[in-house]
Design a protein around this ligand. Sequence first.
Ligand code: FE2
Length: 278
Amino acid sequence: MSPAPRQVAGFQADPEFFRLEERTEFDPGPVLEVLRGQRLGVIFRNVIPDGAQKESVARFWSSPARRHREGEPSHYIGSYHWNKSTETYLVETGEVAAHVREVLDVPDSPWQSFRSGLSAELARHGAVLRIAEHQGAEACPALIRAWDKEGSFALEPHEDEAQCADPRQAGFEIQGVRDHEVCAVNMCVEHEEGGRLVIWNIRPDDESRRRLGIEHTGFSYPADTLTGFDELRIDVERGDVYVFNGAFVHAVDTSKGNRTNLSFLMGFIDDRTVVSWT
Ligand SMILES: [Fe+2]
């Protein structure tokens, strides 16, 4: 009997490309390479100062804007553009942005350090980093999430590119990222056990997305559609900051206790502009 055909097809990177660079100090150089599609990803180990981690975690759990959602992710503050209209996303952002800023604006803010470091690097290349906007309204600066879901994945396998083609968001500048690379930025401020980052060596094509009925969401890819592809499983500890190409299918595996991250998406939308959103 021949095996069932794979449900997912697309681009697979060379083995030399399919790895995460590890560093012990923040360096915007490899981040720019991720943005340019020259590198899969990079993880900076233990670069968030202890005090900033503790203060971010305290403000997250005590925030009146923290929401609980069954499934994944379990607790979060912020808004996300996934699977809705631009207008809905921006209205929701307007309601919560000040609470998000409250969690981000801690002394030695990792969000601020990352962005100022990357901005300086981009400036050397004549480019800027800014929050995405639409008709005078700004996207959310970050989404703060805590996963505590049991099961094989705390966050099911998905990719971040399909959601940038939602017709309800036509005209929103983030859709320009599809001509470049969509990059996921994560900053881990709380971690107990498990919750590894998993990345599969597959960038699904549109036909595969259509077949799975996830053309504009990229969520989710059943585990059996991914068997046979190489995968990375990366231990993530509190204090780590990591950036990777979100067009490759990725997930967070089983997590025990809280795993709390500050995150956003970013990408070039033209040669001189990197925008971020959530
Ligand atoms: Fe993602």
